[in-house]
Design a protein around this ligand. Structure first.
Ligand code: FES
Length: 101
């Protein structure tokens, strides 16, 4: 799947992947602002992104734990997700996510 990250500086970074999560792909490629401190277990919120609206719906609702984490983070909006909880699958091919913090 093709994944696009928009950095805080407004740069578009595009990567291809077939497995893992959007957080793992970002960390591997050193996308600024996505640190993945907790290793993807939904307890740090350093992988907070804003998902492009067209894709947000497709992802399904965040889990309760993810929603709770997001409640306490900065710059939350209706398209906020923790991208460690978004697996790389064909369903997210073409997705764009903006780094939130
Ligand atoms: Fe920690 Fe996503 S990597 S919440």
């Amino acid at each position: 799947a093709k994944i696009t990250y928009i950095t805080k500086a407004g740069e578009s970074l595009v990567y291809e992947a077939t497995s893992g999560s959007l957080m793992e792909l970002a960390v591997k490629n050193k996308v600024p602002g996505i640190d993945g401190d907790c290793g993807g277990v939904c307890s740090c919120a350093t992988c907070h992104v804003h998902v492009a609206p067209a894709y947000y719906e497709k992802l399904g609702a965040p889990s309760e734990i993810e929603a709770d984490m997001l409640e306490f983070d900065d710059n939350v909006n209706e398209y906020s997700r923790l991208c460690c909880q978004i697996p790389v699958t064909d369903a997210v091919d073409g997705i764009t996510v903006a780094v939130a913090n």
